[in-house]
Design a protein around this ligand. Structure first.
Ligand SMILES: Nc1ncnc2c1ncn2[C@@H]1O[C@H](COP(=O)(O)OP(=O)(O)O)[C@@H](O)[C@H]1O
Ligand SMILES: [Mg+2]
Length: 254
């Protein structure tokens, strides 16, 4: 990978909570315009990792650089401007129940304040179309299915045209068909928005649908950084164990 194509560079990232070491020297390069999926067991530090990328948590040691800028050194308006590079979608969509779908999507745009009212309306329509939810702007979140709410969360995350999209377990709790359609949507953002994607997943089906590269977090470090195909050929018991558990989850009816 040449210098120019690295969007996110993580070096020797350490983070503990009290005596509990969560990140113990994470190294990872994320290529601009690519899709990187982070896998790892429950509690392995995936969400903590993501929060360091966006500057919500500060490392004990090491660094995250985005476009060559060290995240934990940013303060005040620089940090605010930096965060605008990102769109983040959470597991449950985290919508405001008392606002219409359109107002939910418009919320971050209105807060930015730099975009006129007509343009906000256009942008909301455009983003709802991108997530295949044309015409639902006037509905309330409670009127939508789980998969649709997840899509509204995505529309909100992309409304300010972020360069980097972060997804923390975006398909957890959805049925397999909805999962696949959400995965398809996510991977489309790579083309339609020219965004760099970082996705946390513990579902191998999703990994194969969405990843250019997979990185596995294990005992505080990235132990593999490979394509999904390469992952299957590696004879590492830590990986086989993870894949085996995932297959068991698939085999267990909900
Ligand atoms: N703010 C916090 N304070 C204390 N411990 C935390 C905090 N955030 C995460 N942890 C701990 O860090 C570990 C990794 O958490 P997390 O990144 O959420 O795991 P996951 O891989 O499931 O996303 C867990 O043991 C969790 O309890
Ligand atoms: Mg998590």
């Amino acid at each position: 990978m040449t210098e120019a194509t690295v969007k996110i560079r993580i070096r020797d990232l350490h983070r503990a909570f009290g005596t509990k070491v969560v990140l113990d020297g994470v190294d990872l390069d994320v290529e601009a315009g690519s899709s990187t999926v982070i896998i790892g067991g429950s509690g392995s530090g995936k969400s903590v990792f993501l929060k360091h990328v966006i500057g919500l948590l500060t490392p004990d040691r090491g660094s995250v650089e985005v476009d060559g800028v060290t995240v934990h050194q940013l303060r005040g308006t620089d940090l605010t401007r930096f965060r605008r590079k990102f769109g983040m979608a959470f597991q449950e969509g985290a919508l405001f129940d008392s606002m219409t779908v359109a107002d939910n999507v418009a919320f971050p745009l209105r807060r930015l304040g730099s975009i006129g009212r007509d343009e906000v309306d256009d942008r909301v329509r455009e983003c709802l179309a991108l997530v295949h939810l044309d015409g639902v702007g006037d509905k309330m979140p409670a009127e939508l299915s789980g998969g649709m709410r997840r899509r509204v969360g995505f529309a909100r995350a992309i409304a300010h045209r972020p360069e980097i999209l972060l997804f923390d377990e975006p398909t957890t709790g959805l049925d397999p068909v909805t999962k696949a359609s959400i995965d398809e949507l996510i991977i489309d953002f790579r083309e339609s928005l020219q965004s760099t994607l970082v996705i946390i997943s513990h579902d191998m089906g999703s990994v194969f649908r969405t990843a250019d590269k997979v990185a596995m977090l294990y005992e505080g470090r990235i132990i593999v950084h490979a394509t999904p195909r390469e992952l299957l050929t590696l004879e590492d018991p830590r990986i086989s164990e993870f894949l085996r558990r995932d297959l068991e989850t698939w085999a267990t009816p909900p």
